[in-house]
Ligand binder design. Structure first.
Ligand code: ADP
Ligand code: GN1
Ligand code: MG
Length: 361
């Protein structure tokens, strides 16, 4: 790590005191996150500093602009400071800096005494994550959606994602397609499903709302002591979207008995009990603000986000791992296989999923 470079970045923000340490932090696949500690008269203050991935977010200034607007809106409705992310201003009153290479950086107050979970430990934790994302969407109900930039166009447009996947298969840049024929077949066989949500929107059954679009359990901070939901973080993809995809992405990540990148597929199972807990929490957080037609499509949202993520991971594997950060050569393939395993279990438990939604919504 280039200490001088990072310190120069940190010092452009309006921080308290002098820098004690800057260390890589978190497990995100896209941005680079750092924990910054400063000291002022013996008091340690912590900040989160992030470099926005400009390969993924082509207009990073627009990402920050969305976050400014959304957090300002939520602050008015929040009960305490810890419930909403707070951007730290720069010394010249902006909300981001640009480094010498042109990359955009931002800084947040560190939410103290909190945790976020890569794997939920129990149904209660997952209920809390669900409540937070449901409430997030409910609180943004009256937010003027047309003031938001689309930070990644067609982010959860599954037919478009499937098109990109087929292009990656056809290009087969790294000569890997032959080794993943089974997975390609699995994804291709289900192509009729991919337009289900978009068709429902066209029929007026699925409204566009302001949604989070990256609802992994590690994007909710829980209070360390009470395990109650505190704050929704990672707001880079807040844009108009469907409630059911927010619901679905959370199920994909959190209603699994294993990590997103578990290699041993015997450990990867879709848990109907976790699905139940999330459904209850999400409905409580939304506070009855979903249409009946949306509620009926919650299982479809779960399957859609899981297979969409599977095809995204596999497309990246085929294209030479240029999008998601990887820790080893077939990391994206491992991630993709885990998603496909979850999809097949959702298909097996489809009637049960429908029943849960009827019972709890
Ligand atoms: P990514 O897009 O890479 O997932 P996140 O914004 O989710 O980035 O941040 C990565 C991790 O940093 C989170 O999972 C969380 O552990 C931690 N984090 C982010 N923002 C805060 C914050 N304001 N306070 C405390 N921890 C945070
Ligand atoms: C990425 O940045 P992170 O890790 O929160 C990705 C999500 C995927 C997720 C899979 C901007 O999220 O869409 O669902 O990885 N974010 C972007 O873990 O592409
Ligand atoms: Mg995150």
């Amino acid at each position: 790590m280039d200490k001088v470079f990072f310190e120069k970045c940190v010092k452009q923000f309006d921080i308290r005191g002098s820098i004690v340490s800057i260390a890589a932090y978190g497990k995100g696949h896209i941005n680079d996150t750092f924990l910054v500690r400063t000291i002022d008269n013996g008091t340690i203050t912590k900040y989160i500093m992030q470099r926005v991935n400009s390969g993924v977010f082509k207009k990073p200034e627009q990402v920050i602009s969305n976050i400014e607007k959304v957090t300002a809106f939520l602050k008015v409705r929040a009960g305490s400071e810890r419930e909403v992310l707070s951007l730290i201003p720069t010394n010249d009153g902006k909300t981001f800096i640009k480094d010498s290479t042109g990359d955009v950086w931002r800084m947040y107050d560190f939410i103290d005494d909190s945790i976020c979970l890569d794997i939920v430990e129990n149904e209660n934790d997952f209920y809390e994550c669900a409540f937070a994302f449901g409430k997030f969407q409910r609180d943004l109900r009256d937010f003027p959606a047309d003031t938001l930039y689309e930070t990644i166009p067609n982010f959860h447009n599954t037919p478009v994602r499937f098109g990109a996947f087929l292009s990656a298969v056809a290009a087969d840049k790294c000569g890997r397609a032959e080794t993943v024929k089974k997975e390609i077949k699995f994804i291709t066989e289900r192509q009729d499903f991919y337009s289900v949500l978009i068709d429902a929107e066209k029929k007026g059954e699925l409204p566009l709302r302001v949604t989070h679009n990256d609802t992994k359990s590690n994007n909710v901070m829980l209070d360390y002591k009470t395990r109650k939901a505190l704050c929704v973080i990672d707001l880079d993809t807040v844009m108009p979207g469907y409630s059911v995809t927010d619901f679905g992405d959370a199920i994909r990540f959190g209603a699994s008995t294993a990590a997103e990148d578990e290699r041993d597929l015997d450990k990867v199972h879709f848990s109907i009990d976790l699905f139940k807990a999330y459904t209850k929490g999400y409905m409580a957080g939304c506070d009855g603000k979903l249409k009946d037609t949306e509620i009926m499509l919650l299982p479809e949202g779960a399957k859609m986000m899981t297979i969409e993520c599977g095809m995204r991971f596999l497309a990246d594997y085929l294209s030479g791992d240029t999008y998601f950060k990887i820790n080893y050569h077939d990391h994206n393939l491992v991630r993709a296989r885990a998603q496909l395993k979850l999809v097949s279990e959702m298909e097996e438990k489809w009637e049960e999923m429908k029943k849960v939604v009827k019972e709890y919504c």
